[in-house]
Design a protein around this ligand. Structure first.
Ligand SMILES: Nc1ncnc2c1ncn2[C@@H]1O[C@H](COP(=O)(O)OP(=O)(O)OP(=O)(O)O)[C@@H](O)[C@H]1O
Length: 358
């Protein structure tokens, strides 16, 4: 099966005077699992539809390998597509659905049945081949949609929120199967989601899209640990922002606690420090430390989540995991918050961009 590199060069889509995609450039490698992640309305589906050929591109170019495909119609791009609403034919059996794209390509006889069977086996739906879609669960229908997309041996697989109609547990199982199958087939895959956990778990690389532009591009771990700006820090995972003043490589946080952080020594000015719930240790209240009061605690199995009102500061979330969970903590307890200096990120308060050194 051939797989393609997908290059997007300044892709722009305008509706009236609104830019749904604003000069987006991305270089997606052959065989890569690439995710477009962003909040509702940020332009991810519009971009995917331009790659598919369903939406004409207003400005910019899209290439599959070195071939520009702007004017190639959707049905000639050899792409597989999976949508959130499955889009399988209700009047055809599972096998009929899977064979559909092959028949459209004039594939017949043994090759037709062999290829359909191979795709159904891969998606573990071969035992359901004679059922109608109405006799299938949501997860099974989505497997049919996937089998139908990969059976044609597409050069590029495009998926738009394929798991969003499934329940939470099934989403996790399905995303693992999608990832395994994608690696097995080595098809360049472009996946759209607004679910950051799904994106982190499934992707080789992620582009964070906001207001029609790319905010950050990188591997999941890089995006989580080194967000380029406050939007990304807030959108990926949970972050709370604390005011600080930076000078000589040291940040004084909330006027209380000085920490030496990985920023330029020359940088001087107001900053925001982002803190994730797992980057804080709680202790007994202590002079010279950031302090607060527990306003809520929620037991979540392997960890306890606290909401803490910081003195002269914002509300912050803190997680305490099983090994260090102090089950005697209760509402209104006073605590100190020790921030893990190697983990927190610092942003310029005005531009909201990171000032962390690499
Ligand atoms: N045909 C259209 N005419 C006018 N505006 C449109 C059209 N299609 C999309 N838009 C607008 O473009 C923006 C981007 O839409 P798009 O569907 O790409 O967002 P999205 O990031 O995929 O969001 P969601 O996760 O909600 O599907 C939205 O503000 C949307 O209202």
């Amino acid at each position: 099966m051939s797989s393609q590199r997908v290059k997007i060069d300044g892709a722009t889509k305008v509706y009236g005077d609104f830019k749904a995609c604003d000069h987006i450039s991305l270089d997606i490698k052959e065989g890569e699992f690439f995710t477009l992640l962003g909040p509702s309305g940020c332009g991810k589906t519009t971009l995917l539809r331009m790659i598919a050929g369903f939406n004409p591109i207003d400005e910019g170019k899209i290439y599959f390998n070195d071939k520009e495909i702007n004017h190639i119609p959707a049905d000639k791009r050899n792409i597989g597509m999976v949508f959130q609403n499955y889009a399988i034919f209700p009047h055809m059996t599972v096998q009929g659905n899977v064979e559909y794209g092959l028949k459209a390509r004039k594939i017949k006889g043994k090759e037709l049945t062999d290829r359909a069977m191979e795709a159904m086996k891969m998606m573990q739906i071969d035992n359901l081949k004679d059922r109608m879609p109405s006799q299938l669960s949501g997860g099974q229908q989505q497997r049919v949609a996937l089998a139908r997309a990969v059976v044609i041996h597409p050069d590029v697989l495009l998926m738009d929120e394929p798991l969003c109609n499934l329940d939470a547990k099934l989403r996790v199982t399905m995303r693992t199967s999608i990832k395994k199958i994608q690696k097995q087939l080595n098809i360049t895959t472009i996946y759209v989601t607004h679910d950051q956990e799904e994106a982190l778990s499934i992707s080789d690389r992620i582009a964070i899209i906001h207001d029609g532009q790319v905010e950050q591009l990188g591997e999941p771990m890089e995006i989580y640990t080194k967000p380029a700006n406050m939007f990304v820090a807030n959108f990926i995972g949970t972050s709370c922002f604390l005011d600080g003043e930076a000078s000589g490589g040291v940040v004084k946080i909330l006027g209380v606690k000085e920490l030496e952080l990985n920023i330029d020594k020359e940088y001087k000015g107001k900053v925001k420090v982002s803190v994730r719930p797992e980057y804080v240790h709680l202790g007994a209240p202590k002079e010279g430390e950031i302090q607060g009061t527990i306003t809520m605690s929620t037991f979540l199995g392997d960890f306890m989540n606290y909401e803490i009102q910081i003195d002269n500061g914002p509300l912050i979330e803190v997680n305490e995991y099983t090994d260090e969970m102090d089950i005697s903590r209760k509402m209104n307890d006073r605590v100190s918050l020790e921030l893990m200096s190697g983990r927190i990120c610092v942003f310029d308060a005005e531009t909201e961009k990171t000032i962390m050194r690499d």
